[in-house]
Write a protein that binds this ligand. Structure first.
Ligand SMILES: [Zn+2]
Length: 414
């Protein structure tokens, strides 16, 4: 394996990953952390440095009487990746450099009731505008991570749902966006990407944790021993579509009592709309394309002491706490992260109620106190995860060499 092209690429990928998460490392530290031989490290690192992906940045602390170790770091400008999170009510675009730092981003309206053709065309225009604004050459963008709800067929780059309208079902999302942007596009589940993005942010103090993602809908992700749990076809941990005890509400998935149907932002907004006086007072309008904006109005009202808004959100948060108990019991978790634009303002209320449910009902509550935390990048974690996925997954040896005027060329296989 080590001598094959794929083996070399995998070895290089591990080293790039380590440098991306650790910032700087010496060759000795890379050998210690990967278990690879110093010769393999040296050879691989030579190719990475020659390819312009890694550079030496002077020396670290002198170790005993030996030579000081030369430190290595990713060349942030070697490549870039774009992450797009999109659903009916929200769109977030971020651009990361090769080291994983966010260099630009935009928050936009969601796809609304528009069909996939119109949505993909608009996304392509936004990405192009972002590239223009940052001055990042198109030739240096590795690809785009397109992050959205499931169920999806990740391999084929299509959604297997007719939400929000039938034209989305099996529409060739990644193929059409790739053609428009002339860049590779990878499809990813939003909750899985958010878990990945949060793990990368380094603020989750464990490498095994669950994540509940709430945008227009509710999804879940689980990271086990540092790796995203993907299930058979990357539609794992759909915690929004697990029926809750006592739940009766009809769900878009065809079942009843799902967490999304009982507790999702649309449900909260509809509960407000059922009381004309309350809707008027909170300024909730009910446009399905603006569900998250309406939900945000409810959250802001809670923040300013509105008791009725608080009661509705608390009810939703308790349902989500129940879903979190199922998540924790299934995967033996004591850490649950809340991410997604719906938690931007209401997050502290949800965190409190989800923690209370876990403390009272998680099967292993006697073993360790559940840790519920808000994501470091509450509304951008999914888009960041999508871009990181591109940085990690895209075979760099398959990319065209960089133009000489743009910097060092990437030639040969890594
Ligand atoms: Zn459902």
């Amino acid at each position: 394996m080590a001598n094959t092209g794929a083996g070399r690429a995998a070895t290089a990928g591990r080293m790039l990953d380590l440098l991306r998460t650790q910032g700087t490392l010496s060759r000795v530290e890379l050998a210690e952390r990967t278990g690879l031989t110093p010769a393999t490290i040296t050879n691989t690192m030579r190719r990475l440095i020659d390819g312009g992906l890694v550079h030496e940045i002077g020396t670290g602390v002198r170790q005993g009487r030996g030579q000081p170790r030369r430190l290595l770091e990713l060349n942030p400008g070697a490549w870039y990746a774009v992450g797009i999170q999109v659903d009916r009510a929200t769109t977030t675009i971020v651009m990361l450099d090769f080291a994983g730092a966010r260099i630009a981003g935009a928050s936009l309206r969601g796809s609304g009731g528009a069909g996939p053709e119109v949505t993909v065309a608009a996304l392509a225009d936004h990405v192009t505008a972002l590239l223009d604004r940052t001055g990042v050459p198109h030739s240096r963008v590795l690809g785009v991570g397109l992050v959205t709800h499931g169920p999806q067929d990740r391999e084929r780059g299509v959604l297997l749902t007719a939400q929000p309208e039938p034209a989305w079902f099996e529409f060739p999302l990644t193929a059409v966006l790739a053609e428009r942007l002339r860049l590779p596009v990878l499809l990813e589940n939003d909750a899985t990407a958010a878990a990945f993005g949060e793990q990368w942010a380094g603020t989750v103090p464990t490498d095994t944790f669950g994540l509940i993602y709430m945008a227009s809908g509710i999804g879940g992700g689980v990271v086990v021993d540092g790796e995203s749990y993907r299930g058979r076809a990357s539609n794992a941990v759909e915690i929004g579509h697990v029926a809750l005890g006592g739940g009766v509400a009809a769900c878009v998935c065809g079942n009843r009592g799902c967490a999304q149907a009982e507790a999702g932002p649309r449900t909260v907004v509809e509960q407000v709309l059922a009381d004309a006086g309350l809707a008027d007072r909170l300024g909730v309008e009910g446009d399905p394309d603006d569900t998250l904006a309406d939900f945000e109005r409810v959250a802001r009202a809670w923040r300013t002491g509105d008791g009725e808004a608080a009661a509705l959100l608390e009810q939703s948060a308790t349902w989500i706490g129940q879903a979190a108990v199922t998540l924790a019991n299934l995967f033996d978790l004591d850490t649950v992260v809340l991410a997604g634009p719906a938690f931007v303002t209401a997050g502290p209320l949800y965190r409190r109620h989800v923690a209370a449910e876990l403390e009272q009902h998680a099967l292993t509550r006697a073993l360790s106190r559940p840790d519920v935390r808000l994501a470091a990048n509450i509304d951008t974690a999914a888009a960041i995860g999508g871009a990181l996925h591109v940085l990690r997954a895209m075979p760099i040896d398959a990319q065209a060499p960089l133009p000489a005027t743009d910097g060092p060329a990437l030639e040969g296989t890594l």
